[in-house]
Design a protein. Structure first.
Length: 451
């Protein structure tokens, strides 16, 4: 009996240590089983306490009175499936007649406390079917991306959401995006993750980094064009507009609008073209957009108007030509001058890291998801990399990108430098770099032979 007690104490101590130091390991070994049992045991009473039950149907009450049986109790939503994941549980329920998915969404905080889980979020899959995603621990405290993701040609995993799901950047669904964040908020790491995920794919990368190139020029071997000052940026954006117009001419020449052509083969953008004729898509990354919009004299004002006009044209017309914008900055409001709000209206994807004031958060979400403004200004300073991501649908979620060091991103870009496409219109802006010299392997000293 003594050894059994010692074994129980050892297991309890191991569980406590794992929960403290390695919450993900604790969840996979102990937490998922305990949470599933706790949920199934408490389910009926918790749903009743949260007001998520309905009275029994009249025919059952009438039948109970006729047979002198106990009156049936209130009915909770029926459990369709309970599935464990690497970060929590996924509970799918079927609502009873008279229930609303909004009532479940409003009760997520009470469900979190009642089931003893870290977080609960809900979404309606279809009429009457609601899915509750529950996390067993703080998945954003130490981000570990799953080994298997579901990428697509222009869909890349860049972060982890607070419900444990992978956050993807889908350029075909949301072609242009705006990323805001104060200094030391994790904005550069997020941008670095984008480049590292795009580097192994057949896509052209164009960078504009007016901080003398300190963020993007270490990754230059994977870029088809780079600009490190506003003057070069203006010429580069004009060249991108010319490239976009050339792509449209290619689409026009191969649209196939003859009556004999099937509807599915009529081309309206580059993705409708055959692979051998399809131009390479281009992702334009702009770091610190305010440096492009500020001016101090008339000459710089003309250059600024030229830059903003080109960006607006790319945002309005670039999607069909395969030109996608990623614009980053600390602020993006009307104080940057005319044309800025027109440009912001075209950036349907919004990501806000920690910001310094509510006005900056309103610049990101005030026109698409007002509920996300409070979440953006409540990000603590010590949680670098945590951000709020939203889009024009009004939905938003809390995300955090895994920490990718500059050394790791440089190695990825160097490894895939051969995928950098040659774009004739952008050839004058391609960075000229020395050839990589292979590092010799360290010599292995052999052990001295015995005399």
């Amino acid at each position: 009996m003594t050894w059994l007690l010692a074994l129980v104490l050892l297991v309890a101590a191991a569980a406590g240590l794992l929960r403290w130091r390695r919450p993900a390991w604790y969840w996979l070994t102990f937490g998922v089983t305990l949470a599933a049992l706790r949920l199934l045991v408490r389910y009926g009473s918790v749903m009743d306490a949260c007001g998520l039950t309905v009275p029994p149907p009249r025919w059952r009450m009438r039948l109970a009175r006729m047979t002198n049986r106990d009156m049936p109790g209130p009915r909770a939503p029926r459990i369709l499936r309970l599935r464990p994941t690497r970060t929590g549980l996924v509970l799918r329920i079927k609502l009873r007649p008279g229930q609303d998915a909004f009532d479940v969404a409003a009760s997520t905080d009470r469900l979190r406390h009642s089931f003893g889980l870290y977080g609960v979020s809900s979404r309606e899959l279809r009429s009457g079917i609601v899915e509750l995603r529950m996390t067993g621990y703080d998945v954003l405290k130490r981000v570990h991306m799953p080994a298997k993701t579901d990428p697509a040609p222009m869909r890349i995993p860049v972060a982890l959401r607070e419900d444990g799901a992978v956050h993807y950047r889908d350029y075909r669904a949301i072609p242009h995006a705006l990323t805001l964040g104060a200094t030391e908020s994790g904005k550069s790491v997020y941008l670095r993750n984008l480049v590292a995920e795009l580097a192994p794919r057949d896509v052209g990368l164009v960078g504009i980094d007016c901080k003398q190139g300190v963020e993007l020029f270490p990754l230059a071997r994977r870029f088809s064009a780079l600009a490190d000052n506003p003057d070069t940026a203006a010429d580069l954006l004009d060249a991108l507009v010319d490239h976009m117009e050339g792509v449209y001419q290619t689409i026009r020449a191969h649209q196939g609008v003859a009556s004999a052509i099937p509807d599915a083969e009529i081309a309206a953008d580059i993705w409708d073209l055959p692979e051998d004729l399809r131009p390479v898509p281009i992702v334009v990354l702009v770091d610190e957009v305010a440096e492009l919009a500020l001016f101090a004299n008339k000459v710089e004002e003309k250059r600024r108007d030229r830059i903003i006009t080109a960006l607006v044209r790319l945002a309005q017309l670039g999607r069909a030509a395969g030109v996608y914008l990623e614009i980053c900055g600390q602020r993006f409001g009307s104080e940057l001058g005319k044309g800025i709000t027109m440009l912001r209206a075209q950036l349907s994807g919004r990501t806000a890291h920690r910001v310094n004031d509510e006005t900056s958060a309103n610049m990101a979400f005030g026109d698409i998801a007002p509920d996300a403004v409070l979440a953006a200004i409540s990000i603590p300073a010590e949680l670098r990399g945590v951000a709020i991501s939203g889009d024009s649908t009004g939905g938003w979620s809390r995300i955090r990108a895994p920490h990718t060091s500059l050394r790791k991103a440089v190695n990825i870009c160097n490894r895939h430098a051969d995928r950098t496409p040659d774009l004739p219109e952008l050839a004058p802006f391609r960075p000229v770099l020395p050839h990589l010299t292979p590092v010799p392997a360290p010599a292995v000293e052999s052990a001295p032979s015995a005399a």
